[in-house]
Design a protein around this ligand. Structure first.
Ligand code: ASP
Length: 442
């Protein structure tokens, strides 16, 4: 068996967490490829090393001395190294980092040093070989990740190596510049490594025991999802649920490699398995609930709209011309409604309105802001009757007016639009409806 194990920033924030991570890695010889993030927060209000590195870069850009920031960062690593009984000569590393920054190595290079140094420390502590991500993770010059090139280089580089540490978050472009993924991108590195080495499992170690059925900020102590499919996860992450970087799914998905989200502080917990497909019956009809605020709906009414060929296309063209992506588009016979992100829409609002008037001469054009979308997601919904009915009655029981309901044709999700002020209430009543409290004897 080959396992790739990625440890998030909170799992590698101080010597104690390094020890826990090392214990986990050493407990299973199959955990051969280790991908670390940069040190995260040690306590609420603490700074993440990546954020400190961005600050150092900004100072330099503003013509100020980044020295104090770099000193603070160096101290973080020195504390970790000395806490682990390691002497790594970090002075030289920091002299080089500063020099490279001054020579124009760039923002991404600066940020990448968080993972680079953490990788060095972890490799030394574990006695594993360190493989620089700049050697094996490759981007094209336009900034897009090159999976093919990476697969070739990475698999050749680690061939014959038993245990390696490859820092997360960054790689190299063909022009020699270091480039990072977007924030939280070490998750992507883990997935890329798993795909390249044909791993059997990608373990993603973090500070929660898996993917939760709903946001713990809304629901008190939500249940952990035991098994979720990539598709379900994609729906939930798109709607705001976050544990894993959204793009981390794609590399492993292509190879059918499962991801197991685990808790570094509770390694005995099984965590959540993210899989391509499964015969495991979901515990509940739904797998998860997630939602986002900040949407606007634009409703267009016109008599005989249904018989006007090309009507929808003309309306959609207006949105495309204004660079707006559309979230949902429920329609009636003579009406259509378009949901977009409020922050993007306000910038282009008047252009969109006049564009629609010119394109289709509507009878009525109405805008409603302050809307939230909630996704109820679950592979179990396909085989169960009455889900939409339960959603309606649950929301009605709390006097919540449904602005929109949209069931995807895959029957994997139901999207509900409500006023933002009902957001938390709606999620709570949906959770209570679909995830029966076990203490109630159900
Ligand atoms: N250290 C980077 C960040 O804070 C990447 C990661 O942690 O995955 O975004």
């Amino acid at each position: 068996m080959k396992k790739v194990v990625k440890f998030g920033g909170s799992s590698l924030a101080d010597p104690d967490h390094f020890r826990k991570a090392a214990e986990i890695i050493c407990a299973d010889p199959d955990r051969r490829y280790v991908v670390p993030s940069a040190p995260g927060r040690r306590f609420p209000g603490d700074e993440k090393v990546t954020d400190m590195l961005y600050q150092a870069y900004e100072k330099l850009e503003a013509g100020e001395d980044p020295g104090p920031e770099l000193e603070k960062i160096k101290k973080r690593y020195e504390d970790i190294a000395s806490g682990l009984g390691l002497d790594l000569g970090l002075d030289d590393e920091f002299v080089l980092i500063r020099r490279k920054m001054e020579q124009g190595a760039g923002r991404d290079y600066t940020a990448s040093r968080g993972e680079y140094l953490n990788g060095k420390v972890l490799a030394a502590f574990l006695g594993f070989e360190f493989v620089d991500a700049a050697e094996v993770i490759r981007f094209d010059d336009d900034g897009s990740f090159n999976q093919e090139k990476t697969n070739t280089i990475l698999s050749a580089r680690v061939e014959g190596l038993d245990h390696v540490v490859i820092p997360g978050f960054y790689g190299l472009r063909d022009d020699g510049m270091v480039q990072t993924f977007t924030r939280g991108g070490s998750d992507i590195t883990g997935s890329v490594v798993a795909a390249a080495v044909h791993a059997d499992l990608y373990e993603n170690w973090t500070d929660v025991s898996g993917f939760l059925v709903a946001d713990p900020g809304v629901i008190d102590g939500p249940e952990v999802i035991d098994t979720i499919t990539y598709k379900e996860l994609r729906e939930l992450s798109y709607m705001g649920a976050s544990v894993l970087h959204e793009d981390a799914i794609f590399p492993v998905r292509r190879e059918g490699i499962p991801i197991n989200i685990r808790n570094t502080n509770k390694p005995e917990d099984r965590g959540t398995y993210i899989v391509e497909t499964t015969s495991r019956r979901p515990k509940y009809v739904i797998t998860g609930i997630a939602g986002k605020k900040g949407f606007v709906s634009i409703t267009i009414e016109k008599d005989m709209m249904n018989s006007e060929i090309g009507f929808c296309r003309k309306v959609l063209q207006v949105f495309e011309d204004n660079g707006l992506s559309i979230e949902h588009m429920p329609s009636g016979i003579d009406t259509m409604t378009i949901f977009v992100h409020q922050t993007e829409f306000v910038e282009r609002e008047q252009q969109v309105i006049s564009g629609i008037h010119r394109a289709v001469q509507p009878d009525i054009l109405e805008i409603e802001s302050g809307l939230a979308l909630i996704a109820v997601v679950g592979r179990g919904m396909r085989d169960t009757r009455g889900i939409a009915g339960s959603v309606f009655s649950a929301l009605a029981s709390r006097n919540i007016n449904i602005k929109m309901i949209d069931q995807g044709s895959s029957e994997l999700n139901i999207i509900i639009g409500v006023k933002e002020k009902y957001f938390e209430d709606a999620i709570t009543v949906l959770y209570d409806t679909f995830i029966p409290d076990e203490s109630d004897g159900e």
